[in-house]
Design a protein around this ligand. Structure first.
Ligand code: KG4
Ligand code: ZN
Length: 339
């Protein structure tokens, strides 16, 4: 029997829908919310309103692009959490209504597991190598930074996590200090390509074991700029590329160091990246280089599968559908959620 899943993502500032059949992606649509740019971060109330406006057209477009009818959908998967409560409520309510109207299973998805399971999405015209279990996944996004041992699709164990900011927050907060629009991560990546990563040295944390910390780096960056700006008010403009390259280098070194340590401790050499920060070109290159030296197999998602999308919700929903793991209509979203 063929299984067609509609995936819905609305945990933060992207309203997204995707259609997946038997693990193969048929369509994936995303409406990003530009409204937050001017505020230096996501404004939860504005995000909820934009989701409400976008959800119907985004789903309609996903169904149309997939070349199917809504009658062909066998199950609807939605992000239950973690995320912004008002934003999650929109996707959850839509999914419940759709499942009820069509009398098909409703499937709850953990957004973090979904980021990791992007590695199992298949596409007709492409061949993506898939990680073999167990693998290590560095999940780096705007809200999370975790090292996860993935034993199976739904058996995942967190072995390291941030004790303060997430890696994406470190990018976004540093970008805000330099006056860039939100989200600043992609801009730092762009300017870093033209800069010298050794131009400036920022304090790196000494955190035990496999945990991460980024707030000290942010403070070091802030104080450094404050001191420089006293003598040279144009310091940021004139050194923008070097600042971005050096900051990005510090973040990458923190991440790669912990991956190396995790490999030493677990003996696992299958390494995957996931989450919005895995779009960072410096991180992707650094991991590929390290893999050659150490003999690791690395799995890096395509750019469109790094940041929030609904294809990852649909693939997770597909595996839950196969297990017969369904939610009931009384289910509520969760702002906080672990594995
Ligand atoms: O996974 P995601 O879309 O949303 C969350 O679940 O948080 O991740 C968004 C984060 C933001 O902090 C954004 O600045 C960061 O990913 N990001 C990047 C890049 N693209 C997105 N950070 C560094 N370099 C990039 N190219
Ligand atoms: Zn995410």
């Amino acid at each position: 029997m063929s299984v067609t899943i509609l995936g819905i993502e609305s945990s933060c500032d992207e309203t997204a829908a995707a259609i997946l059949r038997d693990g193969f992606l048929l369509s994936s649509t995303i409406a990003s919310q530009d409204v937050h740019k001017a505020y230096g971060g996501v404004v939860p109330e504005l995000a909820s309103r934009a989701h409400q406006q976008n959800i119907i057209p985004v789903v309609a477009e996903a169904i149309k692009k997939a070349g199917i009818e809504k009658e062909n959908i066998d199950g609807v998967a939605f992000t239950r959490g973690p995320g912004l409560m008002g934003a999650l409520l929109v996707g959850t309510s839509f999914a419940k209504g759709f499942a009820l109207a069509r009398n098909i299973p409703l499937i709850e998805v953990n957004h973090l597991q979904a980021h990791i399971l992007v590695h199992f999405i298949k596409e007709n015209d492409k061949e993506f190598p898939q990680p073999r279990f167990p693998f290590l996944c560095l999940l780096v996004s705007g809200g999370h930074t975790q090292l996860v041992v993935v034993y199976d699709y739904f058996n995942m164990h967190i072995i390291g996590r941030t004790i303060d900011d997430a890696a994406g927050e470190a990018f976004d907060k540093a970008a805000k200090i330099m006056g860039f629009e939100y989200p600043g991560g992609p801009l730092i990546d762009k300017y870093a390509k033209e800069g010298n990563p050794k131009a400036f040295i920022f304090n790196k944390p000494r955190i035990a074991k496999l945990d991460f910390s980024f707030s000290g780096l942010k403070t070091s960056f802030l104080y450094f700029l404050r001191d420089q700006l006293v003598n040279d008010p144009k310091f940021i403009e004139t050194h923008r590329n070097d600042l971005c390259a050096s900051l990005q280098q510090a973040i990458i070194e923190i991440l790669i160091d912990k991956i190396k340590r995790a490999v030493d401790e677990t003996g696992i050499k299958e390494i995957a990246l996931a989450g919005g920060v895995s779009a960072n070109s410096g991180l992707r290159e650094a991991l590929r280089k390290e893999a050659i030296v150490k003999g690791w197999n690395v799995y890096i998602p395509e750019f469109r599968f790094t940041t929030d999308n609904a294809a990852m919700i649909a693939i997770t929903g597909y595996y839950k559908f196969l297990k017969g793991e369904f939610a009931d209509q009384g289910i509520t979203p969760l702002a906080r959620m672990d594995f």
